[in-house]
Design a protein around this ligand. Structure first.
Ligand code: NAD
Length: 259
């Protein structure tokens, strides 16, 4: 018997990286899972690799629009009949620069990709979870949702905003059987890290290897984390065992953040 038997989960950005690892862990624990991404071809490939049969379904959609976010959550309910777990996972940031040199476009894009997407999917999921008086919402923050980093302010600001939204939502729905928590991973070498890492490193005056080395060195474990580290915490938060955890910003950063 799995920890998530009979549950339906929706994961934004679930075809690769942390979202994909979490989808696989949720499937292993008996959940039915919708994974989202922008590209149907990559979605089909992810489904084939996950080998989850009818228990996993791909929904194409861009989280950078309200319509896209609503369609992902509503589409989960259309396909599997309900939504018990939302993991608002997609996010990232491009065009990093020191605050003095930042463009409005870079800040706006990061806020939409991370914060607004989290708000739009959370609000849509609550439409179902409040009447059913149960649910689990997990938001994707970061160690950068807890500490500042020079050159990364667009990402740091968006991830801090997600933590604020998460704390307030948890206070609002705590008596309704709904928990709302964020996960705050340290650095993990996923596709987005490989794509955006070199530019982020440059805005901090480092090269890519130097950036990864800095992340490892500032942790207690002196190495990067793995996608499975985050996935297993998400299983706990999504399960009955997680009922007493809400409004928490769970660090999965090898001891990097001081809180
Ligand atoms: P990844 O690149 O491995 O996977 C990202 C997934 O999101 C893919 O499935 C991609 O198709 C999808 N995606 C990206 N933009 C999308 C959009 N606009 N609409 C729909 N789907 C979209 O990335 P990852 O490292 O697993 O990152 C996932 C989340 O974890 C992000 O919010 C990121 O900020 C956060 N995070 C990552 C790290 C890290 O070091 N990798 C650390 C802390 C937090």
């Amino acid at each position: 018997m799995g920890a998530l038997d009979g549950r339906v989960a929706c994961i934004t950005g679930g075809t690769r990286g942390i979202g994909r690892a979490t989808a696989e862990a949720f499937l292993r624990e008996g959940a039915k899972v919708v994974v989202n991404g922008r590209d149907p071809e990559k979605g089909a490939q992810a489904l084939a690799e996950m080998n989850g049969g009818d228990d996993v379904f791909f929904l194409a959609g861009d989280v950078k629009t309200r319509e896209g976010c609503e369609a992902i959550v509503n589409g989960t309910v259309d396909h599997f009949g309900k939504i018990d777990i939302l993991f608002a996972n997609a996010g990232g940031a491009s065009n990093h620069a020191p605050v003095a040199d930042l463009t409005d476009e870079a800040m706006q894009d990061s806020l939409v990709w991370n914060f607004w997407h989290t708000f739009w999917t959370m609000q849509t999921a609550l439409k179902y979870m409040i009447p059913q008086q149960s649910g689990r919402i997990i938001t994707m923050s970061s160690v950068e949702g807890k500490v500042g980093k020079p050159g990364l302010s667009i990402y740091v600001a968006a991830k801090h905003a997600i933590n604020g939204l998460t704390k307030s939502a948890a206070q609002e729905v705590g008596t309704l059987g709904i928990t709302v928590n964020s996960v705050c991973p340290g650095a993990i070498e996923t596709d987005i890290m490989m794509a955006e890492g070199p530019a982020a490193a440059a805005s901090m005056g480092l090269d890519y290897e130097g950036l990864l080395g800095m992340f490892a060195q500032e942790s207690a474990i002196k190495r990067l984390n793995e996608t499975s580290d985050v996935a297993e915490v998400c299983v706990l938060l999504a399960s009955d065992a997680g009922a007493g955890i809400t409004g928490s910003m769970i660090s999965i950063d090898g001891g990097t953040s001081p809180y």
